[in-house]
Design a protein. Sequence first.
Lengths: 277, 298
Amino acid sequence: MRLNPFRARPFPGDVRHWPGLFTATAVFFAYVYLPILILIALSFNENRTVTVWTGFSLDWYRVAFANRDIVGAATNSLIIASVASVSATTLATLAALRMASNDRFLGKAGINAVFALPITVPEIVPAVATLMFFASLGFTFGLGTVIIGHIVFCIPFAYLPIRARLEGMDPKIGEAAADLYANPVRAFWRVTLPQLVPGILSGLVLAFIISLDDFVTTFFLGGAGSTTLPIYIFGLVRTGVTPEVNAISSLMLLLSLSLVSLSLFLGRDQNRKTGPD
Amino acid sequence: MSRAGKTILFRALLIGPALMAITVFMIVPLALMAYISFRGRDYSGGVLWDQFTPEAYVRLFFERELDGTLALNFNYMAIILRSVWLSFLTMAISLAVGLPVAMFMATRNARWKAVLVFMVTLPFWTNLLVRNYAWILLLRDHGTINSVLLWLGVISEPLPLLHNSFAVAVGLTYSFLPFMVLPIYASLEKIDLRLVEASFDLYATRWQTIRRIILPLAFPGIVAGCVLVFVPALGAYITPELLGGGKTLMIGNLIGFQFGGARNWPFGAALGLFLLLLVLISLGLYARRYRGELEGSQ
């Protein structure tokens, strides 16, 4: 194996070294990551003008943490994301356990389509539809309505990785358990579930991130007392850019990044049937 | 209980709760939305349930004068066309940028592939609102881009980069670009690189090889990527709200506005249904030709 994957080699048929591919990729990653890095850098800027760098400071983080509204919004975000992700993952795990099996039954494809619906439709449509639904039923808008909305769109994010994990399991292990006289219940608790736990945790973390970051559903289904961090940030951004927004935004970015790394770490496939390619 | 009965009960108990949650809190509300789009408008922000009227759909094309006559009104059509145009532009830019990136990724070794896929995926999981907000910092009159250009002496006055279609296109591309790269990568990754070498051995040029070998093989991924970028761009809410200012509305904002300032639920419902149909038609056309690819790429 060559140590440097970017080293040029003359043969034109070698697509790995075509001119422009590396440059395009470098530009792409700069485009994707520079705005995020600039935002984080500016959150440490000491002056108020937000975009001109004058010196390093942690003041805006101090200001943000001292702000009661921000702490309240963060608490709401965590409550909603915890309840929604745990509920959605529970529902998704139960469904995936049945849907991952090979047997066919009437409506199976349709049910899979329903489970994918919340991520297929642009979020604004179900958000306003649910707003009208709750209003017609006379619900009071607040934490409860937001949590219900979040549970619905979190289900596919938990369901898809868990089902994929179940489908990737080696059926021979289950057969081996049966050969060793484990009844189906025992085989489930001792063989299937332990193998599935990392997949479930991975789905749980993804659902948590998606809920934590949500704006549209929260905005339309929220009411008094259900302000989350994204809603709070949106309010501040509309009235004008302030350095505190940079600080909270950076914290949200870092939180998502660490959680998604955790999820990918948990979800990595340890029992791949094929070797590395 | 019979064995078959037990199987069905077991199935209902496992699948039932998740299915019920999505049915009751998403499919029923969508059906209600379709129903409300044909009801009368209550000016206090509600619905006149006992009044059937196509008024919400008439409003898409016409304006009702004070004397009750209808006059053509292109304001809403302009917003819908702008949404389609901006989503299409986003899709085209994403394809132009995403294809070489996917080609680069697909031709690395296994270790690099894993790292690059991780790096492409990562931004998707960060806050969409925050990622769009970052572009306000860059595009503002006194933002990073204008400051750098002024400092370099390229311009003497700040360029008007924010609150226009340009800013919205940049933001939409930024938001949905990974959806283009990943499916193209997935289909290119399966290509046997010896095909490219064979093409060169047969005296094809680079351009001919791209057109005759790589593009046909990457086609399912390209179509999947285009659908995955076009659909969310069409329904975008945050990006035009933050980067478009008041003048560059898209369908999503127009829908949202009917439930805020405008208080016209039937019209909002009609627009929502219209957007839903646009999305389902795009997905339906796609699914008819490329069954199975969509699931594999998500």
